[in-house]
Design a protein around this ligand. Sequence first.
Ligand code: TDX
Length: 367
Amino acid sequence: MEMNDTMAAQWARRIIVTGGAGFIGSHLVRRLVQRYPQYLIINVDALTYCGNVANVADVANEPNYRFHRVDITDYEAISGLMRQYDVDGIIHLAAESHVDRSIADPFIFAKTNVLGTLTLLQAAKDHWSTSPAGFADKRFHHVSTDEVFGALPLDQPELMFSETTPYAPHSPYSASKASSDHFVRAFADTYGFPAVITNCSNNYGPYQFPEKLIPLFINNIVERRPLPVYGQGLNVRDWLYVGDHVAAIDLVFHQAANGASYNIGGFNQWSNIDLVRALIAEVDRQIGREPGADLDLITYVTDRAGHDLRYAIDSSRISRELGWKPSLTFEEGLRITVQWYLAHKDWMESITSGAYREYYKQMYENR
Ligand code: TDX
């Protein structure tokens, strides 16, 4: 449906969420559609291998929701949407996000993450420059990762990433995200463009594509397949429940000052091997196996190339300034997450045996 300016004006805000059919994006879209009926939420997603409209099926028929299958590197298509809806906010989550894939094929990471972000910035700048209020009532929120800061040593647990930690990406994935962050800052500094950035730690929860550690391993435990732990499993990650991440995005989008950036994390560091053991115990408990019965599935495999040792986010700034804190403990989050995957085997099957089958097989079944 074409929407002219008069129709666009009936909505208090018109917000594009890119990557809204992906994992974190789908949680954000659901939250915004339900919480802000006065906003129009426009989900823009290219539906590549990990985007799945089933992830937002529960809000697809809401009056304040629209979906467009568009690639963010397509300037004409993005500009068309900016005009069609008179968009005044963009929350940008569309990205290639899997480190292992970036090691195998880095080019698509530069295209989507760097050129895609630049395309969105340029399209937003061009459209907003023509509006009477200019940039004054507009917002571009770029969602990024803690991986842009590089890696921390294991033997100094007090060291964490803050908003002023220098960028030092290691993988092609994190290099592409760092580059996109730099473009966002460059637009803010050069043109006074109304941008904010958030950098978040490892997310987990429902609807995460099973290439990532937690959903991949839940599925393998249930199916009694080997759990490929890279190296010795000593790498440390800081885990945050996805619902807490999107609550933080909501706050920053609405309240942060232009040019600000916020780190978001769970103050919840786990070595991979300890996490895998906890996950096995939880899955076993929920499916009625003896807790720990599946520990024999742990299989140490060749380490990831350039594997970052430890990530840890200091999120005290967003707590102090915006009053955000994680709402769930890790135990609660893991319990809910395992419950969800067990209750949604159809979702997992649509990925492992349906449209995504060939990709999934190539990457994960033959290891
Ligand atoms: O099979 C596996 N075995 C294994 O030991 C997989 C898939 C992962 N791992 C390890 C690698 C990491 O140390 O588990 C840890 C978590 O791996 P991923 O789920 O691939 O996440 P990570 O590499 O830490 O990156 C994640 O967090 C930051 C997301 O994928 C990124 O998109 C995000 O920016």
